[in-house]
Design a protein around this ligand. Structure first.
Ligand code: NAP
Length: 594
């Protein structure tokens, strides 16, 4: 699709060129579709924690003000705001050995957050920290999570390496009864569930995977004992990395430097845009005025959701692609345009971006055959966008081989010492799976965390065909129970911003309950139904877009679910709606004294 653009003019595309490109996208998509869809993956549960030793402890049987299930940023933010709301005994529970959530588990070399640290790391001003890097390494983020837990005294009652096995409401005392897999049985006034959306690692169901006699592990369970902390122990190893998503493109350059030989097994190439990471000048930190982080976060959110801002304070790969993100994340770009005009302009913007991404591959990768395989042929937001200034360069190394698995739908089989694609077998010592996570499968949704409300009603039974909440937080019949996450509210690429607004809301409702002496926080059945209706009416209709996309977790491997479950007008409108609800008597709807 390349043709030389006139300087200063956007490139024009003839109708037959557009048709040819659409056909190419469909053809590339069809090469990768697997009839078994989501069931191509194994549903192993990773019980082992390679980072913290599990220690014995006595079961607890006490009384808490709040239990917070999940020690990632959602749980930490909820814990912080509940502490500020005046709660004394707050118990964080996590299956991990410490707080940090995804940043606890993902410790692969090269791990970074690709959302700018000044907007991604929450509560920077409250903790008194200015990040060291524009895109922070995982360890800096994990340490920040620890700092939040300390700052808000969330360690005292925390239980790690612990999984909640049941939440059961006791109506007489208005308390939740909590049981865990460590024999704990305690009670709590409030319960918050923030168990994450990408937390269960998944492995491909490759025939023979269990027969492989070499070493294997998943990127989110990095085996430092095998690789050495500096990867020095890989020097004599032939290593395979399977997967080239956001994790793959970060880890591959690091393993490439260390291994005797690296084979990268790719099914779909990621988009790899410029990263431009650099240290943050501490002198810049000195100039910041109170409120600086909120200003940056709001500015980022405004731009990525397609609204106008006078200046772009972040000015990076996310803020420059707002039009492209609209399809997945919603936004209000150009409300004056007709749907047809908007679709056409979106497609043109998409082609320009993808042409730029493909041209970059040619500029960086020396071998034309390898470059051809690394070029992505789909619309920009069909996959999570990637950013790296090291990834494409790694394929110029003589000790790195790219193995394209698209035509066989991934790796064909594994034997005792090989990974095979079609008839070709590759002898390797170690296979690292960068194959991602199950999506949206929280304990509540999967049924591994049964929640029984008033009268013993199961939450999943009450929800029926899909979640039923007011504002995504609480359900009728399940008092004093809050959900954090992306269910029935509005998401953003800066997910910690969304979590912060949610935690602030919960904190404010609990503080008001305490002030009024209310025993129960619970929406009426009518309020819950009204919000379910709002979600049904406003949820973005991006089914057609996702159905056309190359398979991946954004479209349930090529079979998108028809129903979307988020608030269409987007996060900025949603946050404003919550603020107005709080200010204009909304609490009266959910607080009751009896
Ligand atoms: P992912 O995006 O789901 O990528 C999984 C990779 O494994 C894909 O390349 C997939 O190929 C490949 N794969 C799966 N089965 C295969 C098979 N049988 N044979 C060969 N390849 C196979 O997972 P991820 O990279 O861990 O990223 C998950 C999410 O975590 C991201 O989208 C992002 O939200 C988050 N994340 C964020 C950051 C950050 O900087 N903020 C960093 C890392 C991760 P196909 O594409 O063909 O399916």
């Amino acid at each position: 699709m390349s043709s030389t653009p006139i300087p200063g003019q956007p490139r024009r595309y003839r109708p037959e060129e557009l048709e040819a490109l659409r056909a190419k996208y469909r053809q590339e998509r069809d090469r990768r579709i697997r009839p078994e869809g989501l069931s191509q993956y194994r549903r192993d549960r990773y019980a082992t924690d390679p980072y913290t030793e599990r220690t014995d402890r006595a079961p607890v049987t006490d009384l808490m003000d709040a239990v917070v299930i999940g020690g990632g940023f959602g749980g930490l933010l909820a814990g912080a705001r509940l502490r500020e709301a005046g709660l004394q005994r707050i118990r964080m529970i996590d299956e991990a050995g410490d707080v940090g959530g995804t940043w606890y588990w993902n410790r692969y070399p090269g791990v970074h957050c690709d959302v700018e640290s000044t907007v991604y790391l929450p509560l920077l001003e409250e903790v008194g920290y200015v990040p060291k890097w524009r895109y922070a390494p995982g360890e800096e983020i994990r340490q920040h999570a620890v700092a939040i837990a300390k700052r808000f005294d969330l360690y005292a009652d925390a239980l790690f390496h612990t999984r909640v096995t049941e939440l059961r409401w006791g109506d007489d005392a208005a308390q939740w009864h909590v049981t865990t897999d460590r024999g704990d049985r305690f009670r709590t006034r409030y319960a918050v569930i923030s168990s994450g959306t990408l937390s269960q690692p998944k492995l491909p169901g490759i025939p023979g995977i269990e027969t492989f006699a070499g070493h294997t592990f998943h990127t989110s369970r990095w085996d430092h004992a095998y690789t050495g902390d500096d990867l020095g122990l890989l020097a004599d190893k032939r290593v395979a990395v399977v997967g080239t998503g956001a994790s793959g493109i970060q880890v591959i350059p690091e393993v490439a430097k260390a291994a005797a030989h690296l084979y990268v097994f790719q099914r779909t190439p990621s988009t790899v845009d410029v990263r431009d990471n650099r240290p943050i000048d501490p002198a810049w930190g000195e100039t910041l005025k109170p409120g600086w982080q909120r200003e940056r976060m709001e500015n980022f959110l405004t731009i990525v959701t397609g609204d106008h801002a006078d200046e772009d304070l972040i000015d990076d790969g996310w803020t420059s692609t707002a039009r492209l993100q609209r399809h997945m994340l919603t936004g209000t770009l150009d409300p004056t345009l007709t749907d047809e005009e908007r679709a056409y302009l979106d497609e043109l913007a998409d082609i320009r971006k993808m042409d730029e991404i493909r041209a970059r591959v040619d500029q960086v990768v020396e071998d034309p055959d390898t470059a051809a395989k690394l070029k992505p042929w789909y619309r920009y937001m069909c996959k999570r966008p990637g950013f790296s200034d090291l990834y494409l360069e790694a394929f110029n190394r003589p000790d790195v081989t790219l193995v394209d698995t698209a035509d066989s739908g991934g790796i064909t089989r594994m034997t005792g010492s090989t990974v095979a694609v079609g008839d070709e077998e590759y002898e390797v010592d170690c296979v690292i799976f960068a194959t991602g996570f199950e999506v949206g499968v929280s304990g509540v949704i999967s049924g591994t965390l049964p929640v029984l409300g008033r009268g013993g009603t199961p939450l999943l039974g009450h929800w029926g065909e899909g979640p039923r909440t007011l504002h995504g937080f609480y359900s009728h019949g399940f008092p004093n129970l809050f959900h954090l996450g992306s269910m029935q509210n509005a998401a953003s690429v800066n997910f910690t911003h969304v979590l912060q607004e949610q935690a602030t809301h919960i904190g404010a409702v609990v503080a008001e309950a305490t002030r009024r002496g209310a025993r129960r926080i619970e929406p009426t059945a009518d309020a819950e139904q009204a919000w379910v209706d709002v979600i049904r009416e406003t949820a973005p209709d991006n089914y057609a877009f996702r159905a056309e996309c190359t398979p991946g977790y954004y479209n349930s491997e090529g079979k998108p679910r028809p129903l979307n479950n988020s608030f269409g007008p987007g996060p900025a409108v949603f946050h404003d709606l919550l603020r107005r609800w709080r200010a204009e008597g909304g609490m009266d709807e959910v607080l009751s004294a009896d």
